[in-house]
Design a protein around this ligand. Structure first.
Ligand code: AHN
Ligand code: ZN
Length: 333
């Protein structure tokens, strides 16, 4: 080691003196303005990529109709599980044989992906991933299954992009993304005397047998038919009945970030969908972001349960309106 001369000692002492001065100043600032414990650390909401979401919808549609028991259903299941694992989620799988309204046995497969699995505060995001086995609103080929780009593909596509954003941008709370199976295998339009509760079999199963004992989430958000051009999302009856505060919060956030054209402040009648069973069976207040069209006979999109529910009706702008709104909701929790 080199010996230090008198100039060196003075120089070093000066540097140490300045350092102590700086430290004490910093301490003074800290003690005079303590950070309040209750203040949340501000996190920026990531940007939802509409093209990525669109590609996730297209990928599902390319497997073909995802009807339970079919090869396309199995192939899509593998794709969804692998993709969620690639995003770093802890993935739980549920499968069982359930009976369709007419008794046909269907291999039901629910997929549950968890981010921050040990966090106590959780929000549930969900959509159905199966597609309808018939085109009962169509005029031809009504016995053939539909592609379900909007009805099935769109909700899952938006949630996959949200999962990708969570994988890239750490979030403060726990998020569970559930893809429910066998939502859309209810009786045909003309069928009378079919048993009740014959829709939403996957969500009914999960609500009675959650993937974790004592599972709970503060609230849930269901996405159904969230991809059509110029879609309107109204405050649906069941959502308002069980979660009016959540509905209002989400619609306000959507409006604040510029999507009031999509999220319309109008209350519309209740519908049977996965959220109904989550509310009634596992009692997690869950709301539905679902398209409402006042000009159609069933108030859903004009292509609902028709072969025209294909990629041609999917608009990336709608996917973004929904995806960015949900991201804003969960990152500001
Ligand atoms: C009714 O048809 C009343 N409920 C089924 C909800 C649904 C079907 N969502 C998508 N496809
Ligand atoms: Zn449907």
């Amino acid at each position: 080691m080199q010996k230090m001369g008198p100039i060196g000692i003075i120089k070093n002492s000066f540097i140490i003196f300045i350092a102590i001065l700086l430290c004490s100043c910093k301490n003074n600032i800290n003690t005079s303005q303590p950070i309040p414990q209750a203040t949340k650390v501000h996190v920026m909401t990531p940007s939802f990529n509409q093209d990525s979401a669109y590609a996730y919808v297209k990928q599902q549609v390319e497997f073909g109709p995802r009807v339970p028991n079919s090869l396309a259903h199995q192939n899509c299941h593998n794709y969804l599980v692998n993709t969620l694992k690639r995003f770093g989620a802890k993935v739980a799988l549920q499968s069982d044989i359930v009976n369709r309204y007419d008794g046909l046995e269907m291999n039901m497969k629910n997929i549950i992906a968890s981010f921050n699995p040990d966090n106590y505060k959780r929000i549930l995001l969900c959509a159905h991933w199966d597609t309808r086995f018939i085109a009962d609103n169509d005029t031809k080929d009504i016995d053939l299954p539909i592609l379900g780009a909007n009805d099935g593909g769109s909700g899952v596509g938006v949630l996959l992009e949200i999962a990708r954003q969570i994988s890239l941008n750490p979030i403060n709370i726990g998020i569970d993304i559930i893809f429910f199976d066998v939502e859309d295998q209810g009786p045909p339009n003309n069928e009378i005397n079919s048993p009740p509760h014959s829709w939403c079999l996957g969500s009914q199963y999960w609500s009675r047998n959650p993937h974790q004992q004592n599972y709970f989430a503060e609230y849930g958000i269901l996405l159904d038919m969230v991809g059509a051009k110029d879609a309107k999302f109204t405050k649906e009856g069941v959502s308002v009945q069980f979660g009016s505060r959540i509905v209002n919060k989400i619609w306000d956030i959507a409006s604040n970030i510029g999507y009031s054209n999509f999220f319309v402040d109008q209350k519309t009648p209740p519908i049977i969908d996965d959220h109904l069973y989550i509310n009634n069976l596992i009692h997690i207040p869950t709301i539905n972001i679902v398209e409402y069209d006042q000009n159609t006979h069933n108030r859903f999109n004009e292509n609902h349960h028709k072969h025209s529910d294909n990629m041609d009706i999917i608009d990336p702008i709608t996917l973004r309106a929904v995806g960015q709104t949900v991201l804003e909701v969960i990152y500001q929790e």
